[in-house]
Ligand binder design. Structure first.
Ligand code: NAD
Length: 507
C-alpha cells in the first residue's frame, strides 16, 4: 500500500479482502442472528492499527437468548441423553471440517491477532491441533464411565454404582492469543460430555470463532447445543458469567478476570475451570546444552507469540557458571527477530495485541530499570513502517532480583528477566517464590536432578529440556495460575457431575 508521500506502508487489508469474512452476527439456537443492539466492537490489526472489521458487541438480551437456547437444549432436548455412539457420530465430522479449514483459519488468526503466518500454520496453534482435540474427546464419549464399589459392611445390602453425567450449560470464554486451540480445549470436552455450550471469544480475536461456528453449523447438532456470542468482556462476558442459567464457566484468560469469575460464580455455585496467567521459571544448569536452552527460553519470549503466551518461561534462573553463555545465546535470538507484515513468511514475531498492552509493557520495562535491574538490550520501539503497529523490541534484563515487579508480575510481552543462582536449593527457592504456578522448564543433562527438581517445583507442568502441549495430557495451574486442568481425561471429567446410585439387593 502506498501512502501520500509515495512510500510503501504495511497493510493487512488486502488479506482481509481475500479472506471474505462475514462478521457482525451471532449464532444462537442453530441460526445466524443479528444482535438486538447496534453496538459494535471495532477490530484493529495489532500490526498496523488499521480497522479490519466490526463485530457485534452482544448485549445482556443477546446473552440471555443464547443461554436460554442452551438451557432448553440441555433440559428438554435429546443431547445429554443421546447414546454414546450417536453423540460421537454427530461430533466426529467436525474433525475433518477443521482439518480442511486449517489453512484459512491460520490466515484468519494472523489477521485477527497479528501472529506471523509461519507461526499460526504450525501444528500447535493451527486448526490441525484443534481437530485432534475434538478427535481425542470424541474418543472418550463411549468410554467415560463411573465405578462399581465393593460392599462395605454387613450393615447394608445396598449395591453402589457411580455414573458420569453432563454438568449442564457451559459458558466457554477464551482469550485472543491462541483462539482456535483454546476454543477446542473447551468446546470439545463440553460437547463430548453431553453439555450444551455458549462460546464467547475475545473481542480481540473473534474471526476464527465465527468461522468455526460456520463449520459447527454444518453438523447435525440439535439447535441450542452450540451457541456463539461475540462482544466485549466487561459487557457480554459479564452478562454471561452472572447468568443464572449457566452451570459451569470454563475460562482461559487473565488472573483478574478469573478472580471475578469465582466471585460471580458464588451466587448459584457455578462450577469453574480457570486457566490463568503465569510467570514461569526456566532453571538452566551448566551441564545443559546452554545455547539450546537459551534458544528455547528466549524463543518463547521473543519469537512466535513474542511472550504473549501463558506458559512462556519469562524468568530465566541461570547458574552462575553458565550465565554469560546463556546471555550470548539469548542475545542471538533477540537479533534474529524479524517484525514485519504478519502475512510475510519471513516475519517471525508478533506485535502486542493492543495499544493498552503496549503502554503496559513499556511501563514494565521502565520499572525494571528503576528497580535496579540492568537492561542488557531492547525495550525500545522499532521505527519506520512498524511504528504504526504495537511493536516493542525484545528486552533482556540481567542481574534481576526476583522480588521486583518484572520478575513477579505477568508482563505478556517480549521481556526476559535473567536471575543468577548458585545451587539447586537456591534455584528452587527462587522458582517457587511467585504467586503463579503454571509451568516451568529445567535444562540439564543430569536426569536425576531433572526429576528431583521437577517434583519440587510448584507448577502444573514442567518441561525437561523442552515443552509443548499435546491434546492427551493435562495442563493447568497451581496457586493463582488456575483451577482444574485442560487436556487428557481430567478435562472431559470436569464437564461431568458424579452421581452415586444405590440399589437394594436384599431378597
Ligand atoms: P482477559 O482475561 O482480558 O480476557 C479473556 C476473555 O475474558 C476474553 O474473552 C474477554 O472478553 C473475557 N472477559 C474480560 N472481562 C470479562 C468479564 N468481566 N467477565 C467475563 N468475561 C470477561 O485475557 P486476555 O488478554 O484475552 O488473555 C491473556 C491472558 O490469558 C494472560 O493472562 C494469559 O496468561 C492467559 N492465558 C492463559 C492460558 C492458560 O492455559 N493458562 C492460555 C492462554 C492465555
Amino acid at each position: 500500500m502506498t501512502n501520500s508521500h509515495g512510500t510503501t506502508t504495511m497493510s493487512v487489508l488486502p488479506y482481509r479482502d481475500e479472506l471474505g469474512i462475514t462478521p457482525g452476527r451471532l449464532y444462537i439456537d442453530g441460526q445466524w442472528v443479528d444482535s438486538v443492539s447496534d453496538a459494535r466492537w471495532h477490530h484493529l490489526s495489532p500490526a498496523t492499527n488499521e480497522e479490519v472489521t466490526t463485530i457485534a458487541d452482544a448485549s445482556a438480551v443477546d446473552v440471555d437468548r443464547a443461554v436460554t437456547a442452551a438451557r432448553r437444549a440441555f433440559d428438554e432436548g435429546p443431547w445429554p441423553h443421546l447414546r454414546a455412539h450417536e453423540r460421537k457420530r454427530l461430533i466426529e465430522p467436525l474433525v475433518q471440517l477443521l482439518r480442511e479449514a486449517s489453512p484459512r483459519l491460520s490466515r484468519l488468526q494472523t489477521l485477527e491477532n497479528g501472529m506471523p503466518i509461519g507461526f499460526t500454520t504450525q501444528y500447535r496453534l493451527s486448526a490441525e491441533v484443534a481437530a485432534d482435540v475434538f478427535d481425542y474427546h470424541a474418543g472418550w464419549i463411549d468410554k467415560l464411565s463411573g465405578e462399581t464399589f465393593p460392599q462395605y459392611t454387613d450393615r447394608s445390602d445396598l449395591q453402589y454404582l457411580s455414573f458420569r453425567e453432563p454438568v449442564g450449560v457451559v459458558a466457554a470464554i477464551v482469550p485472543w492469543n491462541a483462539p482456535v486451540l483454546q476454543m477446542a480445549n473447551k468446546v470439545a470436552p463440553a460437547l463430548a460430555a453431553g453439555c450444551t455450550v455458549v462460546l464467547k471469544p475475545s473481542e480481540y480475536a473473534s474471526l476464527t470463532s465465527l468461522a468455526i461456528a460456520e463449520l459447527i453449523d454444518q453438523l447435525d447438532l440439535p439447535p441450542g447445543v452450540f451457541n456463539l456470542i461475540t462482544g466485549v468482556g466487561a459487557q457480554s462476558g459479564e452478562a454471561l458469567i452472572t447468568h443464572p442459567g449457566v452451570d459451569k464457566i470454563s475460562f482461559t484468560g487473565s488472573r483478574g478476570v478469573g478472580g471475578r469469575i469465582l466471585e460471580a460464580s458464588g451466587d448459584n455455585i457455578k462450577r469453574a475451570t480457570l486457566e490463568l496467567g503465569g510467570k514461569s521459571p526456566a532453571l538452566v544448569f551448566p551441564d545443559a546444552d546452554v545455547r539450546k536452552a537459551a534458544k528455547t527460553v528466549m524463543g518463547m519470549v521473543a519469537l512466535g507469540m513474542s511472550g504473549q503466551q501463558c506458559t512462556a518461561q519469562t524468568r530465566a534462573l541461570v547458574h552462575a557458571d553458565c550465565y554469560e553463555e546463556f546471555l550470548d545465546g539469548a542475545k542471538e535470538v533477540a537479533a534474529s527477530v524479524r517484525y514485519g507484515n504478519p502475512f510475510d513468511p519471513a516475519t517471525n514475531a508478533t506485535p502486542l495485541i493492543n495499544k493498552r498492552q503496549l503502554v503496559k509493557v513499556l511501563d514494565y520495562i521502565e520499572s525494571g530499570t528503576a528497580d535496579g535491574a540492568h537492561l542488557l538490550l531492547g525495550g525500545d520501539r522499532p521505527g519506520g513502517e512498524l511504528s504504526a503497529g504495537n511493536y516493542v523490541n525484545p528486552a533482556i534484563f540481567t542481574q534481576v532480583d526476583n522480588r521486583i515487579r518484572i520478575a513477579q508480575e505477568e508482563i505478556f510481552g517480549p521481556v526476559l528477566a535473567v536471575i543468577p543462582f548458585t545451587d539447586e536449593d537456591e534455584a528452587i527457592r527462587i522458582a517457587n517464590d511467585t504467586e503463579y504456578g503454571l509451568a516451568a522448564g529445567i535444562y540439564t543433562s543430569d536426569l536425576g536432578r531433572a526429576f528431583r527438581l521437577a517434583r519440587r517445583i510448584r507448577a502444573g507442568a514442567v518441561g525437561i529440556n523442552g515443552y509443548t502441549f499435546m491434546p492427551n495430557s493435562p495442563i493447568g495451574g497451581y496457586k493463582t495460575s488456575g483451577l482444574g486442568r485442560e487436556g487428557g481425561r481430567t478435562a472431559i471429567e470436569a464437564y461431568t457431575e458424579l452421581k452415586t446410585v444405590m440399589l437394594e439387593t436384599r431378597a
